[in-house]
Design a protein around this ligand. Structure first.
Ligand code: CA2
Length: 154
């Protein structure tokens, strides 16, 4: 019989507004990789961790909320870069709290070294943890931490 340590985990990778522009603008802040390239690296890391990634990007807050609602019963955890909604969206925070799925918040840039308005995250209090400032490595480290958390707690 399979136990939870040998099951393939299903992880929603949620990308918020403007992240579809990655690799095309502001490479000094966000790096030169495109979002499809980041998703490919996540998928490869997922293979090593026995986790299947389901990437979704939207520029629309309501679509992100609906996607979080839809994760219930489908995915075991959420990896999220909510982009600028990190700093503004009570709705995203409430959606994550409502589904109560383990969620890791990631950021390409170190939000604490940037403008003051980026220092506050509405997501952080409902996430199991946050990784910020390591470029694409933030996503890969976040995925590792999420999978590790799910393997230990399930
Ligand atoms: O560092 C991160 O990952 C952020 O979540 C990125 C958000 C920003 O609002 C957060 O404060 C920190 C912005 C994503 C915008 O992505 C762009 C990509 C290319 C060109 C312009 C924006």
């Amino acid at each position: 019989m399979l136990n939870s340590n040998s099951q393939t985990l299903s992880i929603l990778a949620l990308h918020g507004p403007n992240l579809n522009l990655l690799g095309q603008r502001e490479p000094g802040i966000y790096g030169s990789l495109t979002l499809p390239e980041i998703n490919r690296l996540l998928e490869e890391e997922g293979v090593k961790l026995q986790a299947k990634l389901f990437p979704v990007q939207s520029n629309h807050e309501g679509v992100l909320v609906d996607t979080i609602h839809g994760a219930l019963g489908k995915h075991q955890g959420i990896l999220i870069n909510a982009g600028a909604y990190t700093h503004t969206s009570v709705a995203l925070r409430d959606a994550i709290a409502a589904v109560n799925l383990p969620t890791v918040e990631v950021h390409l840039s170190n939000i604490y070294r940037r403008e003051d308005f980026r220092h506050h995250s509405y997501i952080a209090p409902v996430a199991i943890g946050q990784i910020s400032g390591f470029g694409v490595q933030s996503y890969l480290l976040g995925l590792q931490a999420l999978v590790d958390y799910l393997r230990v707690t399930n």
